[in-house]
Design a protein. Structure first.
Length: 377
C-alpha cells in the first residue's frame, strides 16, 4: 500500500489530491481487502465518504476491493483544507480474509505523512489597505549599506579596510594591495507584530474569527513586503505549535523568507507567553533606527499605546492595522488602516461552513457484506 500527496504545502481553502495505491505481489488472489487511511478531521473529503475513527479528532478514508494475482489498483481522493495548521496522515489499517468470512487478517501500517496549510494571502485592496500607503512614507532617511554580493570595481588598500575585502587577483596584476569596491544599497527593515489578545488578560481564550483574520492580514502584509524587496519579519506573543517558543521570524529578504513566514503563521497556536505590550517592546530593543513596525491588532490597551509612543521616540515608523471599532492612540506619525467588518463576517461564514462539512458520518458496514469496488488497474 502506498500514499502519494499532491503537495505538502497548500493555502487555506485549497484542495489536496491524494493518490492511493494497493498492489498484490503474490500469485494468490484476495477475495476482499479493505483499506482505512487515517487523516485529521479538520480536513474535508470532497469526493469520497469519510467515516469517523476511534480517535474523535481523526477520520478514515475507507476503500474496499478485491485483488487478482499481481494486480495493482489505484484510486484518488480530494481533500479540502479549510483550516490553517499542520495535519498528519496515517496510520493505515488493512483488513482481508477468505470469501466465506471464516478467517480474517488485520495489518496496521505505520505509514505517515503531513502537510502544512498556510493562512490565506489576499491582495491589500481586498482587505481594505491601499498598496501605496501600506507601510507609510518610504521617503525617509535610511541606513546606507554596502552589498558584498555586488562588486563594482577595485581601489588601493587603505589602513581602515578589512582584509576580507582584498581582491587578490587585482593585487597580483597591480603589484599593490587592491580592495573590492561594493555597490551601495539601502535596506528597508519591516517587522509585523500580531496581537491576538482579545482582552487585557492575555491568558484568556482568543476569538477564533478575529485570530484567523488577523493572521491572514499579517500574511498578506508580509507577502506584499517581500514583493517590494523589504527585509521583513513577523512576531507574536503566541507560541508556535509543538514548541515552547513564541513566534519570531527575524527580518530577511531571501527567497526562502516568505515560505518561512507562512509556515510559522500556519503553526501559530492560541497559547501566549506573556503580555503583548511587553513582548513588542522586548523584540524591538535592537531594531535599527528607521525600521517600520506594523502592529496588527483588534484591541488597543493603554500598555500597547504607551509602547507605540516609546517606539516612535526611538525613531521607528509605526503602522497600525486594526478593526473599525478600535480608536487609535494619539501617537504622532502613526499611520492607521482600519479593516472592514465584512472580513470578519466572511471568516465567520467560512468557519461555520467548514464545521458543517466536517460533520462525522456513520461508520461503514462490515466489509464482508459490502459489494466490492473497482479501481484503476
Amino acid at each position: 500500500y502506498g500514499r502519494r500527496l499532491g503537495s505538502t504545502r497548500v493555502f487555506r481553502d485549497e484542495t489536496l489530491a491524494l493518490r492511493l495505491e494497493l498492489v498484490n505481489r503474490k500469485l494468490l488472489p484476495l477475495a476482499w481487502i479493505e483499506v482505512e487511511d487515517e487523516f485529521d478531521d479538520r480536513l474535508v473529503a470532497v469526493d469520497r465518504r469519510a467515516t469517523p475513527a476511534s480517535n474523535p479528532t481523526r477520520m478514515l478514508l475507507p476503500y474496499l476491493t478485491s485483488l487478482r494475482p499481481y494486480e495493482r489498483v489505484a484510486w484518488t481522493a480530494t481533500l479540502r483544507c479549510p483550516t490553517r495548521g499542520t495535519f498528519t496522515f496515517g496510520p493505515v489499517m488493512l483488513r482481508s480474509g477468505d470469501i466465506f468470512g471464516f478467517y480474517r487478517r488485520n495489518l496496521r501500517l505505520r505509514l505517515y505523512g503531513s502537510i502544512i496549510v498556510y493562512p490565506r494571502v489576499e491582495a491589500l485592496p481586498d482587505i481594505g489597505i491601499p498598496p501605496r500607503g501600506a507601510f507609510g512614507d518610504v521617503r525617509v532617511r535610511q541606513a546606507l549599506l554596502l552589498d558584498p554580493l555586488r562588486t563594482v570595481g577595485t581601489r588601493d588598500y587603505r589602513p581602515e579596510d578589512s582584509f576580507r575585502h582584498i581582491h587578490w587577483k587585482a593585487t597580483a596584476r597591480a603589484q599593490a594591495l587592491q580592495v573590492r569596491v561594493f555597490e551601495p544599497t539601502t535596506v528597508t527593515q519591516l517587522a509585523v507584530f500580531i496581537n491576538l489578545d482579545s482582552a487585557q488578560q492575555y491568558w484568556r481564550g482568543l476569538d477564533a474569527v478575529e485570530a484567523e483574520v488577523l493572521i491572514s492580514v499579517a500574511a498578506s502584509l508580509a507577502s506584499e513586503a517581500v514583493s517590494r524587496r523589504y527585509a521583513v519579519g513577523v512576531y507574536s506573543n503566541r507560541l508556535i505549535g509543538g514548541s515552547n517558543q513564541a513566534l519570531r521570524v527575524p527580518p530577511g529578504s531571501g527567497p526562502a523568507q516568505l515560505p518561512r513566514i507562512l509556515e510559522s503563521l500556519a503553526k501559530l497556536s492560541p497559547f501566549a507567553t506573556g503580555e503583548f505590550a511587553k513582548h513588542l517592546r522586548a523584540e524591538t530593543l535592537h531594531f535599527p533606527w528607521g525600521a517600520t513596525i506594523v502592529v496588527v491588532s483588534a484591541t488597543m490597551t493603554p500598555e500597547v499605546a504607551a509602547t507605540l509612543e516609546a517606539l516612535r521616540a526611538d525613531g521607528h515608523r509605526l503602522v497600525l492595522v486594526t478593526t473599525a471599532a478600535v480608536v487609535p492612540p494619539p501617537v504622532r506619525g502613526l499611520l492607521t488602516h482600519h479593516l472592514s467588518d465584512a472580513l470578519f463576517a466572511r471568516e465567520a461564514e467560512r468557519q461555520e461552513e467548514g464545521e458543517w462539512r466536517a460533520a462525522p458520518a456513520t461508520r461503514s458496514p462490515d466489509p464482508a457484506g459490502v459489494a466490492t469496488g473497482g479501481g484503476d488497474g
